[in-house]
Ligand binder design. Structure first.
Ligand code: FES
Ligand code: FES
Length: 161
């Protein structure tokens, strides 16, 4: 298969590379540039463990080709912490025990931020509906919802919306 050249900015760093046209973003992140924080939990675009941010919106990195993201900017879970300070949504998950094994957590946090960027004061029902694309096998979701409520409040206070 012929390779194509792409330019993509991930977490503020620009990569110019030749890639196979069918390379998925999740494989690029994990295998080509060593960002393994985004997980692969399914092969059916259902679990949301692979989510990353594109223009403040969560996208499933297992369902998009790198070739579709030429000249685009992506943010992964690795880039949310700044100067050793957790993102308020990460802090809220920690405070509210919003995780157990942690496998789904990167995707949950990315989705939560994406939600708050769309709706800065989501109620419980809106949070649960937004999480339909994120599966957790451990927590029962209660503490995830509490985490997102707290994270949304903090993001609003900080003007990070
Ligand atoms: S790995 Fe992308 S949705 Fe499951
Ligand atoms: S915390 Fe284990 S899958 Fe969600």
């Amino acid at each position: 298969m012929h390779e194509i050249s792409i330019k993509i900015t991930i977490n503020g760093k620009t990569y110019e590379k030749n890639i196979k046209p069918n390379l998925l973003l999740i494989d690029f992140l994990r295998d080509e540039i060593g960002l393994t924080g985004s997980h692969i939990g399914c092969d059916t675009s259902q679990c949301g463990a692979c989510m990353v941010l594109h223009n403040d919106s969560g996208i499933k990195a297992c369902s998009i080709l790198v070739a579709q993201l030429n000249d685009k900017k992506i943010t992964t879970i690795e880039h949310l912490q700044k100067n050793d300070v957790l993102h308020p949504m990460q802090e809220a998950f920690r405070n509210n025990h919003g995780l157990q094994c942690g496998f789904c957590t990167p995707g949950m946090i990315i989705s939560a931020i994406s939600l708050v960027k769309e709706n800065n004061n989501p109620n419980e029902e809106e949070i649960r509906k937004y999480l339909e694309g994120n599966l957790c096998r451990c927590t029962g979701y209660q503490n995830i919802v509490k985490s997102i409520e707290e994270g949304a409040n903090k993001m609003r206070e900080l003007g990070d919306i």
